[in-house]
Design a protein around this ligand. Structure first.
Ligand code: DHB
Length: 398
C-alpha cells in the first residue's frame, strides 16, 4: 500500500516558482503571510532558460523598494529610449523626454536568480523539482495541492488560497471548468528566431526594425554578449541555420543608407519563440487566483510578459494581505477585473507593436505601404511617440 500523503498547511499555496510566484511569495512573507511555493522545474533549468530582457520602471521599483536587492540597478542597464527603424532609417524615441521614464535591460533569468536568492535569505519555503502537482477543492474554504517533492515523498498541502503562477501551460488554469471561463486566443503566422552571440553591442539602445524582409530586434545582454531576434516561420528549425546565414538574415533587415552594420561574433544559442495572444477570463475560480502567463500570454514584441506578471502580483499581494489580515474579501473579489484592465491594455500594445513591425508572407502592396504609413505616423508625431513610450515604459502600478 502506498504511504499516506504527508499533510502540510499554509495560508497561500503558490503553484509556480518563476518570477511571478517568487515575487508573490516575497511580498506575502514581508506582510507576515505564510506561503509555500511549488515549482516543477529545477532552479538550474529556470536560471538557464533565456527569456526577455526589458523591465519597466515599475518592475524595477518593485525589486528595489521591496528589498529583493539592487542588482537590477547596479548591473542592469538603464535605457532612455529605443530606435524604431523602417525604410532603413532609424527614428529615436526618447523616453525621458516623452514620458520622463526609462526601462532597464536586465534579463528575466537574473530577476529569477535575485528573487530565489531573496526567498532563501529570508527563509522562504520554495520547493523546486516537484512532480505530480494537482489542485483540488478550489471552491471550498480549504483548497488542497497534492504534490511529490524532489525526494519522492507525497504531500497534501492545505491552504486558504491557491495561486496559479505556473506559466502558459498552467495546470491551475486547466483545473477551472471550461464552462466558467472564457479563453480569448489568437495565433500569428510567424515566430521569432532568437540568438545569443559573443560580440560587442551593435548599438547603445534597442532597435526595433521593420523591413520588407521581416522584423528584426537588436537587443543586448552585456558588453560581450548580445541578444538578437528576427521574424521567422513558426516551424523553423534553428539547428539547420549556420551562423553565416543568420548574420545575413539579420543584416538585411537593418540595412539602410546610413550603412549600419551589425557587429558579429560566434552564435552560442539559437531558439524559436512562439507567438500567441491569450487571456483567460476571469482570473479567478473560487479560491484559485491566476497570475502572469498562467492567465494570459502576450507575443514578445515589447517585452510585456514578465512586467505584466509582476503587475498582477502587485495587485494580488495587496488583495491577499487585506483578506489575510482583516478578513476583507473586497480586493480579492476585485482582483480579476483590476488585473485584466492592465492585461488588455498590454494585449493591445503587444498586438499593435507586433502587427506594425512584422510582415506577412501574403502581404499586399497596400498593406506594406499602410504599415509604413503607420510607422511614419508614430515616428513623426510627438503624440504617437508618447503613446508608444508610455506603454513601453509601463503604466503606473495601481
Ligand atoms: C528583448 C525581448 C523582447 O521581446 C523585447 O521586446 C525587447 C528585448 C530581449 O530579450 O532583450
Amino acid at each position: 500500500m502506498a504511504a499516506p500523503r504527508r499533510r502540510l498547511t499554509t495560508t497561500v499555496g503558490i503553484v509556480g516558482g518563476g518570477p511571478a510566484g517568487l515575487m508573490l511569495s516575497h511580498l506575502l512573507s514581508r506582510a507576515g503571510i505564510e506561503n509555500i511555493v511549488l515549482e516543477k522545474r529545477s532552479h538550474e533549468t529556470i536560471r538557464t532558460t533565456q527569456r526577455a530582457g526589458i523591465l519597466e520602471a515599475g518592475s524595477v521599483k518593485m525589486l528595489t523598494d521591496t528589498g529583493v536587492n539592487g542588482r537590477v540597478v547596479t548591473e542592469g542597464h538603464r535605457h532612455e529610449g529605443i530606435d524604431l527603424r523602417f525604410n532603413g532609417v532609424s527614428h529615436r524615441l526618447d523616453f525621458q523626454d516623452l514620458v520622463c521614464e526609462s526601462v532597464w535591460l536586465y534579463p528575466q533569468n537574473e530577476v529569477f536568480v535575485d528573487l530565489a536568492a531573496a526567498r532563501k535569505r529570508d527563509g522562504g519555503d520554495v520547493r523546486f523539482s516537484v512532480t505530480d502537482t494537482q489542485v483540488l477543492d478550489l471552491t471550498s474554504d480549504e483548497p488542497k495541492i497534492y504534490f511529490t517533492d524532489d525526494a519522492g515523498e507525497d504531500f497534501e498541502l492545505h491552504c486558504q488560497l491557491v495561486v496559479g503562477a505556473d506559466g502558459s501551460q498552467s495546470i491551475c488554469r486547466k483545473a477551472i471548468p471550461a464552462d466558467v471561463r472564457s479563453d480569448h486566443f489568437i495565433a500569428y503566422p510567424f515566430a521569432w528566431f532568437g540568438i545569443l552571440t559573443e560580440a560587442p553591442p551593435s548599438a547603445p539602445e534597442l532597435i526595433y526594425a521593420n523591413s520588407e524582409h521581416g522584423f528584426a530586434l537588436i537587443s543586448q545582454r552585456s558588453g560581450m554578449v548580445q541578444r538578437m531576434y528576427f521574424q521567422c516561420d513558426p516551424d523553423e528549425d534553428p539547428s539547420t541555420w549556420s551562423d553565416e546565414q543568420i548574420w545575413a538574415e539579420l543584416q538585411k533587415r537593418v540595412d539602410g543608407p546610413d550603412g549600419f552594420t551589425l557587429k558579429r561574433g560566434p552564435i552560442f544559442e539559437k531558439m524559436v519563440l512562439p507567438f500567441r495572444s491569450y487571456v483567460c477570463e476571469p482570473l479567478r475560480y473560487g479560491n484559485l487566483f491566476l497570475a502572469g502567463d498562467a492567465g494570459h500570454t502576450v507575443p514578445p514584441t515589447g517585452a510585456k510578459g514578465l512586467n505584466l506578471a509582476l503587475a498582477d502580483v502587485a495587485v494580488l499581494a495587496k488583495a491577499i494581505e487585506s483578506f489575510a489580515t482583516h478578513g476583507d474579501h473586497a480586493l480579492l473579489d476585485a482582483y480579476s477585473d483590476t488585473a485584466l484592465e492592465r492585461v488588455w491594455k498590454a494585449q493591445n500594445f503587444s498586438f499593435w507593436m507586433t502587427s506594425m513591425l512584422h510582415s506577412r508572407a501574403d502581404q499586399s502592396s497596400f498593406e506594406r505601404k499602410r504599415i509604413l504609413g503607420e510607422l511614419n505616423s508614430v515616428a513623426t508625431s510627438r503624440f504617437g511617440q508618447q503613446y508608444l513610450a508610455e506603454a513601453y515604459t509601463g503604466w503606473p502600478h495601481g
